[in-house]
Design a protein around this ligand. Sequence first.
Ligand code: S3P
Length: 167
Amino acid sequence: MKNIALIGFMGAGKSTVAEVLAKKLNYTLIETDGQILSMSHLPSINDIFDKKGEEYFRQLERNAIAEIVKNTKQVISCGGGIISSQETMNLLKQNATVVFLSAEFETVKSRLKSTTTRPLFRQEEKAMLLYALRLPIYKQYADVVIATDNESPEQIAQQIIEKCNAK
Ligand code: S3P
């Protein structure tokens, strides 16, 4: 069975849904950010961005995906910027069903209102621009699209299973 990769903007619900989905399917749960952190020898994602820069983070993200896709039966919760690299996305597309979890900007804003752990969500205006820029790219790579604004993680996981089975 193929892997399932969850993509989407910060705050779309990828981590929460991935946990529920992995349990339901009895798949291994993988967080790309967690893998990147262990490869970086730095204590946080903020530190990687601030000390080494975004391009370095994206390199680690590519390396993480290259390792992750060697295995199967995984739910892969991807960082929101995974779509920044075509090479990374080609690897992912070849080895996973790609599910885009979409959410309105207002939804992600309210979900992330007290967050300090997202270097690319420090300024609302910049985050909004990034959101607009990325939206068509998420859609372009998606095999399945699911809106998360008004559904519970349980309902979303169930929809993913149904839509992925139908593929
Ligand atoms: C990023 C999203 C974050 C994390 C990093 C960069 C992005 O992951 O990978 O801060 O570029 O959108 P989440 O989407 O899990 O917040």
